[in-house]
Design a protein around this ligand. Structure first.
Ligand code: GLC
Length: 450
């Protein structure tokens, strides 16, 4: 008896261990304050990622420099002829807005090291190409004018900077991975100088363009990886402190490599995961980043484009797990969205026009609502609405909602607010749906809750 009790005490102690071993904190913001700061982002649920840079000219992945082991000299041709003559960010902003996206994040610098903005700390920038302009400035202006929130992606990696030490992702270490090659390439490189450069550019970005809503820093290796970089390599703690000081309201992703801090980033960033994998993030603060096809940068010959249904599934599954989706467009070297991206966005516009109420301000449904088999739920606590996304449209027009009796008072389709009749059966509700499926890939039923 006694030993049983001590076993229980031991078990209880073990269960509290994670709470005792709490992560360290960098700042002193409370959970409630963080929730408030993230409120617009949590309500928005849907954003546009934009990967655009010199790699758009190669048109075969934003990692082309790495994949083809190109030297700075070999890559220079893209810089010399960078001239996006159709670049008009107002068109991008309008397309994003029409698709129901509420914010955008643009690659101000990707791993290739080229800056779309006019930085005082480099010559490797858009203003020195035939484009002759600060493209970030125009992006910010255009997206703000459309009422969208504005975000910057900035690559921590830099495959052009002479002081950035080579690591296992660097284009120059791909063929010869010997220690001798690393030593040879790293001779004379000084990460202290690169750290200062990185800090200076982030400061420019957060000083010269007004209020910035999101900062997306990319990326850090797993802690301890042999030829990788993380927090200490970026001086991440101080970098983040500076970011928060310059832009107190800003929302920052979690790729700085500050693993031991609970506030080392505001949201998790599951990349290109399946909707099934998203279930593991239920209730976390997350934004899944996804491409239309396999690549982030414009890839002319990449043909594995996601279908409209797959894109909707990503959006709905993100919200039904309490997170956001940021969907990427890789504009061409002429500065336009290509026809496949435009078609995909148009289809999303059509769906969002009719069904966005199940997305904005929505989140995962309380456990007390059983998910009808094959369908997905979202929930808006403020408006007291529950949304059933009809992945499988019932052929017999019947949808049984197990245990819903007494919980609802009105049911309608979201797309046209047309009433849906229901009967009660024991503790269940039985909905009658029309034979003809509404003209949406995934129609939505809206339930007003008691
Ligand atoms: C990865 C890739 C990169 C892309 C990013 C978006 O870290 O390196 O090319 O920009 O993910 O999430």
């Amino acid at each position: 008896m006694k030993s049983k009790r001590s076993l229980i005490v031991l078990l209880a102690l073990l269960m509290t261990l994670p709470a005792i071993a709490q992560k360290k904190r960098l700042g002193n913001e409370t959970d409630a304050q963080k929730k408030k700061r993230l409120e617009w982002w949590t309500d928005a649920r849907f954003g546009m990622f934009i990967h655009w840079g010199l790699y758009s000219e190669a048109a075969r992945h934003e990692w082309v420099k790495h994949n083809e082991h190109l030297t700075n000299e070999e890559y220079q041709k893209y810089f010399d002829r960078y001239n996006p003559d159709h670049f008009d960010p107002r068109k991008w902003a309008r397309a994003a807005k029409a698709a129901g996206m509420k914010y955008a994040v643009l690659t101000t610098k990707h791993h290739e090291g080229f800056t779309l903005f006019d930085s005082k700390f480099t010559d490797y920038k858009a203003t020195n190409t035939p484009a002759h302009r600060d493209l970030v400035k125009e992006y910010v202006k255009a997206f703000r004018a459309e009422g969208l929130k504005v975000g910057f992606y900035y690559s921590l990696l830099d495959w052009h900077h002479p002081d950035y030490t080579v690591d296992d992702a660097h284009p120059l270490t791909q063929v010869d991975t010997s220690k001798a090659n690393y030593d040879r390439l790293n001779k004379g490189r000084d990460m202290n100088k690169y750290r200062a450069y990185l800090r200076n550019q982030v400061r420019e970005l957060l000083t010269n363009y007004g209020k910035i809503d999101v900062l997306w820093l990319d990326w850090s290796w797993e802690k301890g990886s042999k030829h990788g970089k993380w927090g200490k390599d970026w001086d991440a703690q101080n970098l983040l402190k500076m970011v928060r000081k310059l832009q107190p309201g800003i929302i920052v992703n979690n790729r700085l490599g500050l693993y031991e801090y609970s506030d080392g980033g505001d949201f998790e960033t599951p990349e290109q995961v399946s909707t099934k994998e998203l279930d593991a993030y239920k209730g976390h603060t997350f934004e899944t980043c996804q491409t239309f096809s396999g690549s982030w940068g414009y890839y002319r010959d990449e043909n594995t484009w996601k279908t409209h249904r797959q894109l909707l599934d990503l959006l709905i599954s993100s919200v039904s797990n309490g997170g956001n989706l940021i969907l990427n467009v890789g504009p061409t070297a002429r500065g336009e969205f290509d026809y496949r991206a435009t078609n995909a966005l148009d289809s999303l516009s059509y769906w969002m026009h009719a069904n966005s109420k199940s997305i904005y301000g929505a989140t995962l449904a309380p456990d007390s609502f059983k998910v009808p088999s094959g369908q997905k739920l979202t929930y808006n606590a403020k408006t007291k609405r529950l949304y059933i996304h009809l992945y499988d449209y019932p052929a017999d027009g019947k949808l049984v909602l197990t245990g819903y009796k007494g919980k609802i008072n009105y049911v309608q389709f979201l797309n046209d607010y047309s009433e849906l009749k229901y009967t009660e059966n024991g503790s269940d509700i039985e909905l009658t749906l029309p034979k003809n499926k509404p003209p949406y890939e995934i129609p939505v039923v809206e339930l007003s809750l008691q």
